[in-house]
Design a protein. Structure first.
Length: 373
C-alpha cells in the first residue's frame, strides 16, 4: 500500500527560472538568490544558471521557494462510507493547497486514501490500527505504519507486533492518561515504552505533552522522533507543557503533524505559527520558534525518501511563495526563517510542485476545489 512514486514523476524537464529566493534547508542552511532550478524525472537535477535547455519554463522572479511539507501524522477517519472518496479528496486537497506533498495518514479507508492521494498529487504512507494490520498480508502492508491511538493498550499489543514495523504511538498526551497508565502498570507510559528495547528508528511518539523532567534523561541515549500537533493539543485542552527547549538540547528529532486538526484545518504553516506562539508563551522567550526542519528535512526520515531539501538529487517537491506579498507583510531577510513563520499563510502560496509536476497553482484554485467546497 505504499505510494508508487515512479508513476507520478514528471517526464518533461521543468526549469524554474530566476528564482528570487530559495530556502534550501540543506546541511549548510544555504539561502540562494536569483538562481535557476532544473527538474527532471521527478528530481532536482541542477541548481545555478541554466542555459540552452528545452522544456517547461516557469518564471520565478517573484517566488520564494522552499521544500514542500511533510505532515508527519494526519487523521482521516471516514464515518460515512458512501462519501469516503469525496471526504478524502476534500481533506487531501486542503493539505495540498497548504503545501503538503508528503503525509503519514491514519485512516480507516486505506484503499480510498491511496487512490485519492494519487489523483491529488500527495505521496502517502498509511498508518492503520493494529487490528487492521492483522487483516493484510506482509506484501500488502509494505511501508505501512501501525498507529496506536490508546496507550493503555500498549502492553497487550507491543509483544504481538512485528519489531520491524514502524510505530506511531499517541503517548502521555494528557495528565489523566499518564496517571491512569501508572496506576495500572506502575510506570509512566514513556518510561515503560523506552524500557522495551524497541528500535528507536522505528518508533515515533505522538503528542507527548506530559513528559516529566526525569523522563528526559531517558532521551539522552534513545532519541525517538517526536511528532507534535500544537492545534490538537489546544483544541482538546490537553494542557501539559511540551518541552521543546529540552528536547532540542538533546537533539531529539521533532516533526509536526496535523493529527486531529483535519476537523480544523490542514495547514502546517498554522501549526508552526501556533506552536511557536505556545513556546514563546510557555518559556517567556519571544525569540523561540519551531524550525522549518520540523515540516521539511525530517520528512526524509518519516517518508523514507529524499524529500525536504532543495538539493541536487532530491525529489522535486517544492512550494513557490509570493515574495512580494511576504515582503509587504514584513519578511526580514536577516531573520528569514523566524519572520517567514510569523508572517506567511497559505494565501501566499502561488504553486505546489510534487515530484516535478505542478500539483496546484493559485491561478486555478477554483477548478482544483470544484465540487469540494
Amino acid at each position: 500500500m505504499g505510494h508508487d512514486n515512479k508513476e507520478s514523476e514528471a517526464k518533461e524537464e521543468v526549469i524554474l527560472k530566476n528564482c528570487r529566493l530559495v530556502i534550501t534547508k540543506d546541511e549548510n542552511g544555504r539561502l540562494l538568490e536569483n538562481v535557476d532550478i532544473l527538474l527532471k524525472d521527478g528530481r532536482i537535477i541542477e541548481i545555478g544558471t541554466i542555459k540552452d535547455k528545452k522544456g517547461i519554463i516557469l518564471d520565478c522572479s517573484n517566488a520564494l521557494i522552499t521544500p514542500s511539507f511533510t505532515d508527519a501524522h494526519m487523521h482521516l477517519i471516514c464515518h460515512d462510507m458512501t462519501k469516503a472518496h469525496s471526504f478524502a479528496r476534500m481533506v487531501l486537497l486542503s493539505a495540498l493547497v497548504n503545501g503538503v506533498t508528503n503525509a503519514v495518514i491514519f485512516t480507516n479507508v486505506p484503499n480510498v486514501v491511496m487512490a485519492t492521494a494519487k489523483e491529488v498529487g500527495i505521496h502517502v504512507r498509511l498508518a492503520i490500527s493494529p487490528e487492521e494490520y492483522k487483516r493484510f498480508s506482509n506484501r500488502e502492508m509494505a511501508n505501512t505504519i501501525i498507529s496506536i491511538e490508546d496507550p493503555l493498550s500498549l502492553p497487550d499489543l507491543i509483544e504481538s507486533i512485528d519489531r520491524v514495523v514502524e510505530l506511531h504511538i499517541h503517548i502521555s498526551e494528557s495528565r489523566n492518561e499518564v496517571f491512569t497508565f501508572k496506576r495500572k502498570y506502575k510506570r509512566t507510559p514513556i518510561a515503560w515504552l523506552l524500557d522495551r528495547n524497541l528500535s528507536v528508528e522505528k518508533v515515533y511518539l505522538v503528542n507527548p505533552n506530559w513528559i516529566a523532567s526525569w523522563e528526559l534523561e531517558l532521551f539522552k541515549k534513545l532519541k525517538p522522533c517526536i511528532i507534535w500537533s500544537p492545534s490538537t493539543s489546544m483544541y482538546r485542552a490537553l494542557d501539559g507543557f511540551f518541552p521543546y527547549k529540552e528536547l532540542s538540547a538533546l537533539r531529539v528529532p521533532l516533526a509536526i503533524g496535523s493529527c486531529d486538526s483535519a476537523s480544523l484545518s490542514i495547514s502546517l504553516l498554522d501549526e508552526l505559527k501556533i506552536g511557536s506562539l505556545l513556546l514563546k508563551y510557555n518559556y517567556w522567550d519571544p525569540s523561540l520558534y519551531i524550525s522549518l526542519n520540523a515540516v521539511t528535512t525530517v520528512g526524509e526520515r518519516i517518508m523514507g525518501v529524499p524529500v525536504g531539501c532543495v538539493k541536487i538529487g532530491y525529489l522535486a517537491d517544492l512550494i513557490l511563495f509570493d515574495i512580494k506579498r511576504l515582503m509587504a507583510k514584513g519578511l526580514d531577510l536577516k531573520n528569514i526563517e523566524r519572520t517567514f513563520i510569523e508572517k506567511v499563510s497559505s494565501h501566499d502560496i502561488m504553486m505546489v510542485i510534487s515530484r516535478g509536476n505542478v500539483a496546484y497553482s493559485r491561478s486555478r484554485l477554483p477548478q482544483v476545489l470544484e465540487g469540494v467546497y
